[in-house]
Design a protein around this ligand. Structure first.
Ligand code: BGC
Length: 859
């Protein structure tokens, strides 16, 4: 029988990289990727040894997103842990699905040298550390177990200690110039030592329960135990309400029970990209909890500063942490995949998601329906205490201003995030109990030091949307203002009265639902859980009316050829520049020129404009990444956006954008495909860490500041994904069914808040459809909302490969300037549509004009 082949193409392994998208589901650091010529038989897994030591079973999967390949991910990082060393890896005894044995394979792999800090980027690295420092949230600190005395020996439990997850996988992954994991951070940035006997237990990445002898010996070294709980999260796959996902695994629970039962003081570090089960923190005696999130390249250093008390924590939760997943209002209207479900392809089946929780997203639900959460929105402790006093309150001309004073009453320096919430009076419209309408972070306050701050809020930030007449309103009655260091601890500090209901804005009716569905109301406090998967061709059972996008014909340009340098010098020639293009050329520009991902010499950019050399048109290069540049060359690696949100610090969000912008330009990337700012509707959305918060005001403000930083640096920003990209399961065929009020107050609102701060260079439509039509092909969204209501003057692009489930011609017809990631095939489809009269030249000219106008700014 002919033998099948196992092959390994990458023989140099970068130990600093957490394997990205492919291993998102497993704890497989530094995995070796082997290609299989045939799929593996069910029981065909052989043995893999690294320098003669067997490693645990890896993960096999087929990748059919781009080309069909069968992979095997082998966790050689269990053994190959040293930098700059050669290891021998042997594969034996593997059998293919067709019964044929695989040829044994022996390969030598080398691990890279550890990266060092590049002094030229010291300031940027400092910024990454500053953001990480303020993003760590002290959720609990009973008996002031934290900080831990200097020079202590740390008893570290849990396999998570060997893999500091610094970022999400997928589009927002980082590729930092240098970084430090837990053990490196302890060695390099603290006075702590490590109890090696305990850590050795976890080297094979299993969450083993330590023996009584080891626990007793450990207690002699230090009275404190530190548990590291780790979860991966990222694009392409949602997290699951299963052990190892939202819930603890049996191994983790047994380990936690043994450790917390033995030690008097137990600290838990949550290195997760999303909220996880919290019941165990009550069941076992856990004294302190630190939410580390995904803290970027220097998160380990920041953690050390907090553990030893050099820095007092000042992060606040940007999301509600419930005790259980099913306490969350959107949990029943989500596709909760089971452990045995494979990761579905992006368009494997249709998904109907009913946003039954309506406006009651996150804390708006817990607060309004008086549900107890484990840790509420805005919560975060410090090593010091603050006294927050309100001074003057004024509401005039739709603007609220509150003067406040904060005093550090404790014995350590620290920062506080002031949060202002508004309770609106009950009226005709459904309203959440309180909404965040302003926040400010103090400077570093020394013990006894005071700071005065003014918090301002616009009426739109606490208005309600009336679906009966399409208006944002302030209903009449008394509005109470709450101020505090979290939602729970905030207290009423004053009120103002609106004597007659005020109409703030009348708007176009956009993306209204086309089918009726149950909506959570104060008076109807239940959800039906109607969401489901359906066959692919039933993904839109109630199609919305497609509104045409009509553009006036332009006069043909008959003058001499205008080339790019001339246009640059005379931007008023823009329309003529575009009009001189032939139909075919316009089609070419309306399609992205492909990604630079696939070939070894390509830089990893996600997209580029097609070239028209005749006009000397230069390239526009775009790349991914909120927290850095997702390209092949190493660069900055900030904490993920959920961490940025946890800082509640506008200046830091600005710095993130500014530094990413500077490094983008240095790398020849003129536009960064971020910030992504979809609402944390369901905590198990795989892209949770890539997005900011469950609250549109917090998310929109920090995303807007991030974009301002990018644009001030001279790089373009791109708001994404419009709209309601709140889950990744079969994401190209998923439909969000949402009320107009929820769209206006939550899902559109986040973008509106950001736009108030910064107009981006581009916006990206979402993969999912919304109320019976995909936003990418919805002229009502692209024109009436983006262009008319929001006066957006950049260009609009689809998300990558959206044309897999949307007719590419309809995308262009609606006014989308860039079909991504594009290829000659899509240029031809548009060209044929022009010939057939399905697509007008006038629309193409308009689309391309927006693109070139943005290029004039950026290139
Ligand atoms: C993601 C986008 C990203 C694009 C380009 C898509 O898979 O959804 O957020 O910008 O890829 O990489």
């Amino acid at each position: 029988m002919k033998k099948e082949k196992i092959s390994v193409s990458k023989k140099v392994l970068d130990l600093s990289l957490i394997e990205g998208k492919l291993s998102a589901f497993e704890r497989v650091p530094y995995a070796l990727e082997a290609k299989l010529s045939k799929p593996l038989a069910k029981d065909g897994y052989g043995t893999v040894t690294v320098d003669g030591i067997p490693v645990s079973r890896g993960k096999t999967f087929s990748m059919d997103m781009i080309v069909h390949v069968n992979y095997l991910l082998v966790p050689i990082g269990e053994v190959a842990r040293e930098y700059g060393r050669e290891y021998t890896v042997c594969f034996t005894g593997f059998v293919a699905e067709n019964g044929a044995p695989f040829q044994d394979l022996t390969v030598k792999v080398k691990t890279t040298e550890r990266d060092k800090q590049d002094p030229a980027y010291r300031e940027h690295d400092e910024a990454a550390l500053a953001v990480a420092r303020e993003s760590i949230v002290l959720m609990k600190n009973e008996g002031n177990v934290l900080p831990i005395p200097k020079d202590s020996c740390l008893n570290l439990f849990g396999s998570g200690q060997y893999l500091l997850r610094n970022a999400s996988t997928g589009a927002a992954a980082i590729n930092p110039r240098w970084q430090a994991n837990y053990h490196e951070s302890i060695r390099e940035h603290s006075s702590f030592s490590v109890n090696e006997e305990v850590s050795a237990l976890y080297e094979r990445l299993q969450d083993v329960t330590p023996s009584a002898e080891i626990l007793e010996a450990a207690k002699k070294k230090s009275d404190t135990a530190i548990l590291v709980i780790s979860r991966c999260s990222g694009e392409f796959m949602d997290n699951r309400p299963i052990p190892g996902g939202y819930y603890l695994t049996e191994d983790e629970e047994a380990m936690i029970a043994a450790v917390s039962g033995s030690f008097e003081k137990t600290v838990a570090i949550l290195n997760t990209g999303y909220p996880i089960d919290m019941r165990w923190t009550e069941k076992y005696s856990i004294s302190s909890i630190l939410y580390l999130g995904y803290p970027g390249q220097l998160g380990g250093y920041a953690l050390m500063e907090i553990l030893d008390g050099r820095v007092s924590p000042s992060g606040k939760l940007p999301d509600t942490w419930s005790f259980d997943y099913y306490d969350n209002p959107a949990s029943k209207n989500f596709i909760n995949l089971k452990a045995e479900d494979k990761i579905p392809a992006q368009d494997e089946f249709g998904v109907h998601l009913y946003y039954e929780e309506d406006i009651y997203v996150g804390y708006r639900y817990f607060d309004s329906f008086q549900k107890k959460a484990a840790f509420g929105f805005g919560h975060g402790l410090s090593y010091t205490e603050f006294d927050i006093r309100s001074k003057a309150l004024e509401f005039e001309n739709g603007r609220l201003a509150l003067d406040a004073e904060v005093e550090n009453k404790g014995e350590r320096a620290g920062k506080e995030a002031l949060q202002l919430y508004i309770h609106a009076p009950a009226g005709k419209l459904e309203k959440a109990e309180r909404v965040l309408a302003a926040f400010e972070k103090t400077k570093l306050l020394q013990p006894g030091e005071k700071q005065s701050l003014t918090l301002t809020a616009e009426a739109m930030d606490f208005a309600s949307f009336d679906e009966t007449d399409g208006c944002y309103k302030l209903e009449e009655g008394e509005y109470t203002v709450y101020l505090g260091g979290s939602l729970e601890s905030s207290r009423p500090v004053g009120s103002f009265t609106v004597t007659h209901t005020q109409i703030l804005r009348q708007v176009n009716r956009i993306a209204q639902p086309v089918e009726s569905f149950h909506r959570l109301k104060r008076a109807e406090p239940f959800v039906n859980a109607d969401s489901k998967t359906v066959p692919l061709d039933e993904r839109i059972t109630h199609p919305a009316e497609r509104k045409p996008y009509r553009v006036c014909e332009r006069d043909a340009y008959r003058g001499p050829r205008i080339r790019w340098p001339m246009l640059k010098a005379n931007p008023e020639l823009l329309e003529n520049f575009v009009s001189q293009m032939s139909d075919n050329e316009l089609c070419k520009m309306n399609v992205c020129g492909g990604a630079n991902w696939y070939l070894p010499w390509q830089n990893g950019a996600a997209g580029k404009t097609n070239l028209l050399s005749k006009y000397k048109l230069p390239r526009l290069l775009v790349s991914d990444g909120n927290p850095g540049l997702n390209i092949k060359k190493k660069n900055i690696g900030f904490p993920c956006s959920t961490n940025v949100a946890a800082t509640f610090n506008k200046e830091l969000a600005y710095t993130v954008g500014r530094v990413v912008g500077e490094e983008s330009l240095e790398n020849g990337i003129q536009l960064n495909l971020g910030p992504a700012m979809n609402i944390h509707r369901n905590i198990l959305n795989g892209r949770h860490p890539e997005y900011f918060s469950e609250d549109p005001y917090l998310a929109g403000t920090l995303a807007g500041m991030h974009a301002k930083g990018l644009e001030d640096a001279g790089a373009g920003s791109c708001y994404k994904h419009l709209f309601c990209n709140n889950s990744d399961t079969a994401r190209k065929a998923s439909q969000s069914i949402v009320s107009e009020q929820a769209l206006r107050e939550i899902y559109f609102r986040v973008f509106e808040v950001a736009l108030r701060i910064q107009k981006p260079s581009a916006m990206m439509t979402s993969y999912n459809s919304l109320n019976g039509i995909y936003p990418a092909e919805n002229a009502d969204i692209l024109q009436s909302l983006l262009r008319e209501e929001w006066v957006f003057d950049g260009f609009i692009m689809t998300d990558w490969g959206s044309y897999d489930t949307i007719d590419p011609v309809e995308i262009a017809k609606a006014g989308n300037s860039w079909l991504t990631e594009g290829s000659g095939k899509y240029v031809k489809i548009l060209q044929k549509a022009v010939k057939d009269g399905r697509l007008s030249r006038a629309v193409l000219e308009e689309n391309v004009t927006w693109l070139i106008k943005t290029m004039l700014k950026l290139v």
